[in-house]
Design a protein around this ligand. Structure first.
Ligand SMILES: [Zn+2]
Length: 351
């Protein structure tokens, strides 16, 4: 356990729900886990006991990626964990493949509606039909313009043009819109949507005051810091400033709130965790400030400064996105200026 994690509490202990099973974490709230084929080896999904127009059933929150293993695990959940009741609705916190991947299958399987923010619905539809944002030629050119020169790494990014569509082959044709502050009634309880920017286009966390429970999605995770990147589709984005401002939305929630994150274990210590995240990024920003005061730097220059460990190719692409996000935060704040060299590579220097 890292020192930051010791400041959090895991009131449910270490017992994880086994594949195909669920664990009740609050009245009417069940936790399940699905495997992922990444370094991040699992995602947490949630089942909320629901009732709509006098029909008893469940709301599913997040879906898992689209593959046979996840579908099989869901079938086991349906057969053994739903008390023979139907799924009435699918809520998706944001557009990333592990969250929205099987939304098309779940909503067709149960003839029910997808609920998601408009921005993430649109971006998921676009990304599942194109190479926008997560790999391919434009992505490689974008990383190159931030100093990535390793031909092997660039070739890998180029080859990844099907990255998103491979895990999200389809997105439902229609949806119901979630907006910041919207109260969604689920099983007679109100769950309020809390918007978050910087990790995904328009991420929705869900807070139930009655239960003292926050479904935090990827905005607040107990062990790892949320990925905050700049992508080629929005090359001047100020993702980090958006993310840090979004964390403030959780300040108003009660300190004892039980946080249900998409990765890791349910925990308490929400305000401690958001403070740790602010501190983590403040420290990274200070390092970027110092480096750019010494000499103009591009995002790839800063990888050893920010990450201090050997990165594999996959980690390198994530890390460059994070590095750009930190440079952009200082650039948009007026602390750095940027200039492209003859090769079109952006370098940032202190103003
Ligand atoms: Zn995510």
């Amino acid at each position: 356990m890292n020192p930051n994690e010791l400041e959090l509490n895991y009131p449910l202990g270490d017992a994880l729900p086994a594949p195909g099973t669920t664990r009740e974490v609050a009245p009417g709230v069940r936790w399940l886990r699905m495997a992922l084929p990444f370094a991040l080896d699992h995602i947490n999904l949630w089942l909320l006991r629901d009732r709509q127009a006098n029909v008893e059933g469940w709301t599913v929150v997040d879906c898992g990626i689209s593959n046979d293993a996840t579908r099989t695990a869901w079938e086991q959940i349906f057969a053994e964990q739903l008390e023979w009741l139907p799924v009435l609705r699918v809520i998706v916190t944001h557009m990333h493949p592990d969250h929205i991947g099987l939304a098309h299958w779940l909503t067709e399987r149960w003839n029910c509606r997808l609920w998601i923010s408009a921005t993430d619905f649109g971006m998921a539809r676009l990304s599942s039909q194109s190479t926008t944002g997560f790999g391919g030629e434009r992505s490689a050119a974008f990383f190159a313009s931030h100093g990535l020169t390793d031909p092997e790494a660039l070739a890998k990014v180029r080859a990844r043009s099907n990255y998103y569509a491979g895990m999200v082959p389809r997105v439902p044709d229609a949806y119901r819109r979630l907006t910041d502050g919207l109260a969604v009634e689920i099983g007679g309880r109100r769950w309020r949507c809390i918007v978050g920017y910087g990790h995904a286009p328009e991420h929705m966390a869900l807070h139930c005051e009655d239960l003292g429970v926050l479904i935090s999605g990827d905005m607040v995770l107990p062990r790892i810091s949320t990925n905050v990147s700049v992508h080629d589709v929005e090359p001047e984005a100020d993702s980090l400033a958006l993310f840090l401002a979004s964390l403030r939305h959780f300040d108003a929630l009660p300190a004892e709130t039980l946080v249900l994150p998409s990765h890791g274990k349910p925990f308490t210590g929400l305000h401690t965790r958001t403070r740790q995240l602010h501190q983590h990024h403040d420290e990274r920003l200070a390092e970027v400030r110092t480096a750019c005061a010494e000499r103009p730097c591009h995002a790839a220059d800063l990888l050893p400064v920010l990450f201090k460990r050997k990165l594999d190719l996959h980690q390198t692409t994530f890390a460059i996105g994070e590095s750009i996000a930190h440079l952009h935060a200082l650039w948009h704040a007026g602390e750095l200026e940027r200039e492209a060299d003859a090769d079109g590579v952006w370098r940032f220097r202190a103003v």
